[in-house]
Design a protein around this ligand. Structure first.
Ligand code: SME
Length: 139
């Protein structure tokens, strides 16, 4: 990704991707990264984001983000109200996609979380595009 060329700082890279995604897609209501907190055991901490106030910490296994972190898999939730494990940070969110960010050894670094105010906003095209973007984040 040209705008990230020559920049190895991960916060700079995450922030730039959040900015590009959230300004490119009107239906992205909340766009951000939760980062693995390597000082804690299996816990995510809020990273760069655009949108309304996000939860600060999410344990692995909790919420859609925590499930993605635990399994290192992408989750598409078409209706958050029908997803038992969803953590509601903002009542306006209706659907969500969470994509893991893995390093070259498949260690988890972060998850990319995108919420929409529309139901069923995310599909397989979003999944493959966002997974590709997350793979380009790795230096
Ligand atoms: N809904 C997420 C929590 C983070 S916020 O949406 C910003 C989840 O269930 O993991």
């Amino acid at each position: 990704m040209a705008v990230l060329e020559g920049e190895s700082n991960m916060i700079a890279r995450y922030s730039t991707v959040v900015c590009l995604l959230s300004s490119a897609f009107n239906y992205f209501y909340w766009t951000g990264f939760y980062l693995v907190d390597f000082k804690k055991h299996n816990e995510l901490v809020i990273g760069p984001y655009q949108g309304t106030l996000g939860c600060l910490r999410i344990p692995f296994g909790k919420g859609v983000c925590g499930l993605s972190a635990e399994t290192k898999k992408t989750f598409i939730v078409s209706d958050v109200h029908n997803f038992e494990n969803h953590i509601a940070c903002d009542i306006n969110s209706q659907s969500e996609i969470v994509v893991p960010v893995l390093d070259k050894n498949s260690n988890l670094l972060a998850v990319l979380d995108i919420d929409s105010t529309e139901l069923d906003a995310f599909d397989e095209i979003d999944k493959s595009g966002l997974e590709n973007i997350c793979s380009l984040l790795i230096t």
